[in-house]
Write a protein that binds this ligand. Structure first.
Ligand code: NDP
Ligand code: 8X3
Length: 250
């Protein structure tokens, strides 16, 4: 039977690549993000392969999030796969220098946004006693690096929430998986450094992971047989050995 997946942060990077990967296999898609024009153009491109519905909301806004998911048409209502991917780092500063606005953004988007989207979707999964939730964490959720403080905390929280979800949702046959990438070349650094030119240096001379690498892994995880759950996966580029190796001064 055709599955339906909801992907947050589908306008860019890992989320967009995952949408393209899923579309190849005919998975029906609900694509979410704030940038509506991007959502429309991705919808147009992928509609040649599968059915695509778009939802335009900010995961920081609880009401918007619940209303958007509530608004899904009947043929997109039963979500089999939730990919909680929306998120970013904001700033790279030592704890004494960090901006409280950046801290708010990371906790509100990466942690609370993930919770709001999950809360809106989990009841229909528990009712049907099936589903698969993929939370995109980070190597930063396993190991703290210099100046990563609050971003690392947000991703440690994602890992803890993932583990809690796996325990609580196990009686409902819902699989919960955490995928934790190292450095992936996306718009991530443009956001972290707020468009500053130093963002261009992050991937220079470094063979980073590409969004498609992670998308293929996500598809692999969701396409395992019913009795197999890949619970927690850490993936680095070959050139990266741990969380701090790439944290040079940009
Ligand atoms: P991108 O910046 O390319 O993509 C981030 C996505 O998140 C965009 O689609 C953006 O959509 C969405 N997003 C951001 N803020 C909000 C918001 N408030 N409401 C709704 N959507 C939002 O980065 P990546 O693809 O790299 O990041 C995806 C995930 O992967 C993140 O959780 C990130 O922490 C994680 N990750 C990234 C790594 C990397 O090195 N790139 C490594 C490890 C983990 P829009 O702006 O349209 O709303
Ligand atoms: C994003 C990767 O190493 O910049 O989670 O924290 S890193």
């Amino acid at each position: 039977m055709t599955k339906t997946a909801l992907i947050t942060g589908a306008t860019s990077g890992i989320g967009r690549a995952t949408a393209c990967e899923f579309a190849k296999y005919g998975i029906k898609l609900i694509l979410c993000g704030r940038r509506i024009e991007r959502l429309k153009s991705i919808q147009e491109a992928l509609s040649k392969l599968t059915d695509v519905h778009i939802l335009n909301f900010d995961v920081r806004d609880k009401t918007e999030t619940f209303n958007a998911i509530e608004s899904l048409p009947a043929d997109f209502k039963n979500i089999d796969i939730l990919v909680n991917n929306a998120g970013n780092a904001h700033g790279l500063d030592s704890i004494d220098q960090g901006s409280t606005d950046d801290w708010d953004a990371m906790m509100d988007i990466n942690v609370k946004g993930l919770l709001y989207v999950s809360k809106a979707i989990i009841p229909q999964m528990t009712e049907r006693k099936s589903g698969h939730i993929i939370n995109i964490g980070s190597s930063a959720g396993k190991e703290v690096y210099a100046k990563g403080n609050v971003y690392c905390a947000s991703k440690h929280a994602v890992l803890a929430i993932t583990e809690g979800m796996r325990i609580d949702l196990n009686p409902f046959n819902i699989k919960v998986s955490s995928i934790n990438p190292g450095l992936v070349e996306t718009e991530f650094s443009q956001v972290r450094f707020k468009g500053n030119a130093i963002a261009n240096n992050v991937y220079k001379g470094f063979d980073a992971l590409q969004a498609e690498d992670i998308a293929e892994i996500i598809y692999f995880v969701v396409s395992r047989p019913k009795h197999v759950n890949i619970a927690d996966l850490l993936v680095f580029p070959s050139a990266q050995a741990n969380s701090s190796i790439v944290k040079k001064e940009f």
